[in-house]
Design a protein around this ligand. Structure first.
Ligand SMILES: C[C@H](O)[C@H](O)[C@@H](O)C(=O)CO
Length: 490
């Protein structure tokens, strides 16, 4: 059986063809493309037409690769971003990038309507400038309430693409659950929040659970693509939910979905919404029925991706492997940053920002590319340790081992640093975990597997995992204590 996963991240997208023969699953990359925020008039946007074009290109390529018919497609993306459509399906707004600075501009006015503590208590979501609610509230503050009043629907990115293909308008649960408008207690949108920010409930699509068939591709779409059509299935449309679903986990362990963001968390049976969670900004996020993630966003490979772009602009083209090798040669523990400093959230000038922060903290700054990347990698590893400790504290369970999945699982240096800093073994693999989670749900919806545990066993049998044991633990313990002190981390 052939199915297709479309996975869109903050630096690129890909379409992977999944072939399942009843026992083993194989993945073949049908198409890959770049996806970068575009800056215009002080706003930051995604090019939704480029994304849609690339999706179609990938569908065509996958149809050629597949020996038999393409049965279904699942779409997953980063969370929080959205566009408005009217009744005809016409786009009323562009797709803004979650790093757009408008939410910061209106931060105080937004929190004056409802305090962040209250928002956390009602939703369990992290307090972050990129949440969907913050973006909608910023639109209201900027005098764009007319868009909310006149829209037919507000659709999250994967739901918008599903709409282009099928004409249906839904709000998939996992991506809705991180919008800061969803209430885990009722399993529905939170009316107090909607009222406080004048968000009309009718523009929010009907919630659907992952595994639901959204619909078949429209006739017009099939004609244009020369395709026989296929079913679009609501998978765990939030990429993190898909990645965690695929992260094969035996027993209690920490999972790091390592990509543009590093999502450091664990699965818990139910949301845990407590004052300590608010203090450490630990998010509750929804997964496939009965699965919840307790998770902390760490700035992630974004810092290294942005360094790469900086060097490119200066005329030096380094591959990730070259950057990793140079970092491996640089002196250890010479520089450090808190990767979650808000300064690092916005694009461009990353090397300068790192130098500035290092000077502030330690009075010296990295000069070479290797020193700068090493500073970022060691600091990320320390921040992972801190996040894992806080999640252990909040969940009341020990997490003695770490699974790293996603593109970052290929970064051997960062995986080894993570094992050292966290003093825990690391199992790293499944660079395409997000697409695998996406495909798992399609197999389930198409009744190719009986349950998700069977799917996880299929993944375990089909893909290799590398193991990293902690090294030089006493030295890393000392440096971790110094790191926490330097950045006043409890
Ligand atoms: C803002 C990010 O999109 C989000 O927190 C994260 O969960 C994600 O979706 C990473 O791709």
């Amino acid at each position: 059986m052939n199915c297709l996963a479309f996975d869109l991240g903050g630096s690129g997208g890909k379409l992977l063809l999944g072939r399942f023969d009843g026992e083993r699953l194989s993945l073949e990359e049908a198409h890959r493309f770049g996806n970068y925020p575009i800056s215009l008039n002080a706003g930051l946007y995604w090019d939704i037409f480029h994304i849609y074009n690339q999706l179609n290109l990938g569908v065509r390529k996958a149809a050629r690769l597949a020996a038999g018919p393409l049965v279904s497609l699942g779409l997953d993306t980063f969370s929080n971003d959205f566009a408005f459509i009217d009744r005809q399906g016409e786009l009323l707004t562009p797709l803004r990038c979650y790093r757009d600075p408008r939410t910061e501009r209106h931060r105080d006015a937004i929190y004056a309507k409802m305090a962040p503590e209250k928002l956390y208590e009602l939703t369990g979501n992290q307090i972050a400038p990129f949440n969907t609610l913050m973006q909608l509230a910023a639109m209201q503050e900027a005098g764009q309430g007319y868009l909310l009043e006149n829209a037919y629907k507000m659709l999250f990115t994967p739901d918008l693409l599903a709409h282009f293909l099928t004409g249906e308008t839904v709000a998939e649960y996992t991506i809705a659950s991180v919008s800061q408008m969803f209430d885990f207690r009722t399993g529905d949108w939170n009316d107090a929040i909607l009222e406080a920010y004048r968000i009309p409930r009718r523009i929010l699509g009907p919630l659907v659970q992952p595994g639901t068939a959204i619909g078949r591709t429209k006739e017009a779409y099939n004609r244009e693509l020369g395709s026989a059509g296929f079913e679009v299935i609501a998978v765990c449309e939030h990429d993190t939910a898909s990645a965690f679903l695929a992260a094969v986990s035996r027993g209690d362990r920490a999972i790091i979905s390592s990509g543009t963001w590093s999502l450091v968390g664990t699965e818990v049976a139910a949301p845990i919404i407590e004052p300590a969670g608010y203090r450490y900004n630990i998010a509750n996020e929804g997964g496939l029925a009965g699965r919840h993630r307790l998770l902390r966003n760490v700035m992630g490979l974004w810092i290294i991706q942005q360094l790469q772009s900086d060097y490119h602009r200066q005329g030096a083209d380094y591959s990730f492997a070259e950057m990793e090798a140079a970092a491996g040669q640089a002196a250890p523990f010479a520089h450090r940053i808190d990767p979650d400093d808000p300064l690092f959230f916005s694009p461009e000038g990353m090397a300068d920002k790192i130098r500035r922060k290092c000077l502030e903290t330690d009075g010296r700054a990295p000069q070479t590319m290797g020193e700068t990347v090493r500073c970022a990698a060691e600091s990320l590893a320390f921040k992972y340790r801190w996040a894992i400790e806080k999640i252990e504290q909040l969940s009341g369970k020990a997490l003695p081992c770490i699974n790293i999945v996603g593109g970052g699982s290929k970064d051997k240096l960062l995986c080894q640093f993570t094992a050292n800093a966290c003093n825990r073994p690391v199992l790293a693999g499944l660079p395409h975990a997000t697409a695998l989670g996406n495909i798992l749900l399609q197999l389930l919806a198409n009744r190719e597997i009986a349950g998700i545990e069977q799917g996880k066993a299929v993944i375990a049998n089909s893909f290799p995992i590398a193991e990293y044991q902690p090294r030089q633990t006493r030295l890393w313990e000392e440096k971790y204590a110094e790191f926490k002190e330097a950045f006043h981390l409890e």
